[in-house]
Design a protein around this ligand. Structure first.
Ligand SMILES: [Ca+2]
Ligand SMILES: [Ca+2]
Ligand SMILES: [Ca+2]
Ligand SMILES: [Ca+2]
Length: 502
């Protein structure tokens, strides 16, 4: 198992690799993935809703267990121009209330997955980011990462692999990818942020920050480097049209060991990379952040919100940025004013904005903190999923409610820092029309879903008893049967799983 030495930005201790990078990496689905995770979750209803309020115990039905066998053949058909290697994993396994299918069991250190239909065949595909495994036997040897497209073929067991980044391509710590048609030519392109501060401890690697575009040209993806081998590493980006010119822009946090900025790169279709090379700074002191976007104050422009992790976010871990003036020639970055959502609940991995959580078209934020009550002494705050709700004054602190139960991190083990929980996503798990939460425990080795049993009431269920440092948590209707199927990566287990509701 690989975790990392402690960490950046002053007094903040480190975190488990995934979450720390999850900051650096993490969770929101593409808007192009059809119904499923995110605020656009499908709202079909069916009878499963009434049987879904079960317990958190795990049933293991061995009768459906089979050894996973992998067979490999070259695919010859229906690739939509993209061609790869067909991987079929035999066998599926009952896990708690879910039937688990294996997408991959041979990709080292899978960290994140995003979901969209790349080949336009009506079946959603997966795009997995993997770090490889860090070798700490002699100092720290940083592996090269990979980015792999898994095109869905027959059922949830057969996937055709198209590599976008392979070992040898010089990309370290590839974050969760963002997917969109950047150039408006009708096919899906990819933005990838990468890097982590630990690269500087490996003399063979050095600076490893990167921000990359993979332009879909039909039969392959052409890589464009906005920046590479950069001393600043990049957290998971958001793709959003921040300046309202009809072209998607990148919003991301970039950091060094001691600095952290929230920045945006304006989309520019005349640029060979499709983005301007120079970043525009929104906030020069941000702390690890995965941005999310909404017109929070309903004045017609996009605002930004995030949870913060590293030192600069201490004391104000949940914040939003009000866009007070649009980007202009005079002020190219626009004008932004930071407001505190909450000073409670400790440092954060992720925060999502939604108006759909309780079906009342009311803005709320859902967040995962990243703390450890398994240590001695325990952290002040409980590891939890928290719902924040603003009052009439959006710039005053929002009220908070913990909606999870019983999440507890493993204790730190020397330099191996553990904290919980990790990344999450919102989707309707059981087709009853309300949003549920899919969650990585991260430093708590379990994965969870939080079932919204009635409005604003949640029950915490365990999906996996052991899938430590999981990523993903996105849920879409991958098999087209009307309910959303969560996808998790298991960093320590080299697994990518899709779960189908039984
Ligand atoms: Ca395109
Ligand atoms: Ca734009
Ligand atoms: Ca606004
Ligand atoms: Ca389904």
């Amino acid at each position: 198992m690989t975790r990392l030495p402690p960490a950046p930005h002053g007094s903040t201790p480190g975190a488990s690799l995934l979450a720390c990078i999850a900051l650096c990496l993490a969770a929101c689905p593409s808007d192009d993935g059809g119904e499923g995770s995110d605020d656009d979750a499908a709202t079909e209803t069916d009878d499963e809703a009434t049987e879904s309020s079960g317990s958190t115990e795990t049933e293991t039905e061995t009768e459906t267990e089979t050894e996973t066998e992998t067979e490999t053949t070259e695919s010859e058909t229906e690739t939509g121009g993209l061609e790869g290697e067909l991987i079929c994993n035999e066998g599926s396994e009952a896990v708690s209330e879910w039937l688990r299918h294996t997408v991959a069991d041979d990709i080292p250190g899978p960290a994140f997955v995003s979901i969209a239909d790349f080949d336009d065949d009506g079946k959603l595909d997966l795009l997995s980011s993997a770090f490889g495994l860090i070798d700490t036997s002699m100092g720290i040897a940083i592996p090269e990462g990979t980015l792999t497209l898994h095109l869905q073929r027959e059922g949830l067991n057969c996937w055709e692999r198209v590599p976008l980044v392979s070992e040898g391509d010089g990309v370290e710590f590839p974050n969760e990818s963002e997917i969109a048609d950047l150039d408006g030519d009708g096919d899906l392109d990819v933005v990838l942020a990468a890097g982590f501060f630990v690269c500087m401890f490996d003399p063979n690697v050095g600076d490893c920050g990167g921000l990359y575009v993979f332009e879909n040209v039909g039969t392959e993806f052409v890589r464009h480097d906005i920046t590479d081998a950069d001393p600043q590493f990049f957290h998971r980006p958001g793709l959003v049209d921040l300046d309202g010119d009809g072209v998607l822009d990148i919003v991301t946090a970039r950091e060094t060991f001691m600095t952290s900025e929230l920045v945006w790169y304006r989309g520019d279709l005349d640029s060979p990379t499709l983005f301007e090379a120079e970043a525009r700074v929104i906030d020069p002191e941000v702390g690890g952040t995965i941005p999310d976007f909404a017109d929070i104050d309903e004045d017609g422009d996009l605002d930004i919100a995030a949870g913060r992790f590293f030192g600069l976010g201490e004391g104000e871990p949940y914040v939003w940025w009000e866009q007070t003036a649009a980007p202009s020639d005079a002020v190219p970055e626009g004008e932004w004013l930071r407001h505190v959502i909450s000073t409670d609940h400790g440092q954060a991995i992720q925060l999502r904005l939604t108006r759909d959580l309780y079906g009342d078209d009311t803005l709320r934020a859902v967040a995962s903190n990243h703390v450890n009550q398994g240590n001695e002494p325990p952290d002040e705050w409980e590891s939890a999923i928290i719902v924040f709700e603003p009052g009439d004054d959006l710039t005053a602190p929002w009220t908070s409610t913990i909606i999870s139960e019983g999440i507890v991190s493993l204790p730190d083990d020397g330099v191996a820092i553990a904290d919980a929980p990790g990344v999450f996503d919102l989707a309707d798990a059981d087709g009853d029309g309300d949003l549920d939460v899919f969650l990585s425990g991260d430093g708590d080795p379990r994965t969870f879903w939080l079932e919204q049993t009635e409005t604003a009431t949640f029950t915490t269920h365990v999906i996996e008893e052991s899938l430590p440092q999981a990523g993903g948590g996105h849920a879409y209707d991958l098999d087209g049967d009307g309910d959303n199927d969560p996808v998790f990566t298991g960093y320590e287990d080299a697994r990518i799983y899709v779960y189908e509701r039984e």
